[in-house]
Design a protein around this ligand. Structure first.
Ligand SMILES: C[S@@+](CC[C@H](N)C(=O)[O-])C[C@H]1O[C@@H](n2cnc3c(N)ncnc32)[C@H](O)[C@@H]1O
Length: 430
């Protein structure tokens, strides 16, 4: 790729384009970048390149003759090359990665004309220019910054300039998306950790995560690009569906605490119960599929002082019912046994609102329940869950609860009473 930049400031442009990656590529002869002084082609003694505008008005306009002579000079040695003469102009088509791709693909010689002052004589544009390119909808003092941007972005697509094609095909704007977030050492900086997934060496999962992040950040940062993006693979379509599902979800942006529930919290608790009911149904769990647990149940829990709500700002994202009293049904455990015969509390009912799923609220709920167990003066929590309730079983296991055996729970008449029993002995707080 050869690029000739016609400018009144060749030293400035040269200094920038002969640095770093593009500079090294020029040294190796992979790209050929020349900055040509327009003033050298004037035909007047004063080497004047501009003059007052016909019709009056502010400033000066660059004359057509020096520009044309300068252009003729560079074109003399371009015989056989596929050339394109481009005027850098705020009136041109806004520059994009697609334009960079096209220029690299269709031409091997670009002439970038930099205007200055009030611009250039219109007749030069009509006579000599193939297209006008704008860096954006704003006005620069001269075309140099725009020309450098075009030269740099086209050159990095020339084979051999970057180490690998993937260096640019994975970047923002290549396929209508922004790039995924990047991290480097150290693993933790200012208390901020690198996402765990990037540390485990599982390349398939990393690729999946990165593609999802590309879609997610394009949606969040550039809704215009996201609206124009057409997924072409099943993977992208699946990821977009996942993002859509997650969109209504809330994040934990404030500290989460908990307090005893009050009668006024019951409508919100029942909303959360409804969310849990729908989720349990999806897992074919027949728990909570009837009227249980209803307002009367929670009124009683509140009266006993065993119902608690988590608070996140003014919102209630979850609740739990923790009883400090032994559960008679737990005595008849089968296929295992409890670890110790010590006083325990029972986590009876607990659920999180659906908009908080994936935010870490369930783990926070378990932590709050454990804090309350300590407040009761108890060091053991027992809990039972339906054998098909895999999300709850996973949550318990990852929170340090151990499966101890099976029990029968008759609190919901007409439903499968078989439950898996879990237990955790709480460590003393340091
Ligand atoms: C001050 S500008 C002239 C603007 C011109 N009078 C107009 O209003 O369209 C001087 C030169 O800067 C360059 N320039 C200014 N804004 C630009 C942009 N957004 N993209 C590319 N080149 C630009 C052009 O080469 C232009 O001739």
């Amino acid at each position: 790729m050869r690029i000739d930049i016609l400018t009144l400031f060749p030293d400035t442009v040269n200094a920038v384009l002969h640095e770093s990656i593009i500079g090294r590529a020029a040294k190796k002869g992979i790209v050929d970048i020349n900055c040509v002084q327009i003033r050298d082609f004037t035909e007047n003694k004063q080497k004047q390149v501009d003059d007052y505008p016909y019709g009056g008005g502010f400033g000066c306009v660059m004359m057509a003759q020096p520009l044309k002579s300068c252009l003729d000079h560079v074109m003399e040695s371009a015989g056989g090359l596929r050339s394109r003469v481009i005027y850098m102009s705020p009136q041109g088509k806004p520059y994009t990665q697609e334009t960079a791709k096209r220029l690299n693909r269709d031409y091997d010689h670009l002439v970038l004309v930099c205007g200055h002052y009030e611009g250039v004589d219109e007749r030069f544009i009509e006579e000599c220019v193939d297209e006008e390119i704008s860096l954006g909808d704003f006005v620069l003092t001269g075309g140099e910054i725009a020309a450098m941007a075009v030269a740099d972005s086209v050159c990095r697509l020339v084979p051999g300039v970057l180490a690998d094609e993937q260096c640019y095909t994975g970047e923002s704007h290549w396929d209508g998306l922004l790039e995924y977030p990047q991290y480097t050492r150290p693993e933790i900086w200012e208390g901020r950790a690198v996402p765990e997934i990037l540390l485990n060496g599982d390349h398939a999962r990393i690729e999946h995560w990165r593609r999802k992040k590309q879609l997610e950040r394009t949606r969040d940062k550039r809704p215009d690009m996201f609206a124009a993006f057409e997924p072409e693979t099943d993977e992208d379509r699946k990821l977009l569906r996942e993002l859509e599902k997650e969109q209504g979800r809330k994040r934990l942006t404030e500290p989460v605490t908990y307090r005893p529930a009050e009668a006024g919290d019951i409508p919100r608790i029942l909303e959360i119960v409804q969310d849990a009911r729908e989720s349990l149904k999806r897992y074919h769990v027949d728990q909570w599929q009837g009227p249980y647990p209803d307002a009367a149940r929670f009124e009683e829990d509140i009266r006993l002082g065993q119902c608690f709500v988590l608070t996140h700002g003014a919102d209630i994202p979850a609740f739990f019912v923790l009883s400090p009293l032994p559960e008679p049904g737990y005595a008849a455990i089968t296929d295992g046994k409890w670890s110790a015969d010590i006083p325990y509390c029972v986590l009876h009912r607990a659920a999180a609102a659906k908009e908080y799923r994936g935010s870490g609220i369930s783990q926070t709920l378990i932590r709050c329940a454990e804090e309350q167990a300590r407040a009761y003066g108890l060091k053991c929590i027992r809990v039972d869950t339906h054998k098909k309730n895999k999300p709850m079983q996973n949550l318990l296991r990852e929170s340090g609860y151990r499966y101890r055996g099976n029990i029968l729970v008759e609190s919901e008449p007409g439903h499968d009473p078989h439950r898996q029993a879990f237990e955790k002995i709480l460590k003393d707080k340091k």
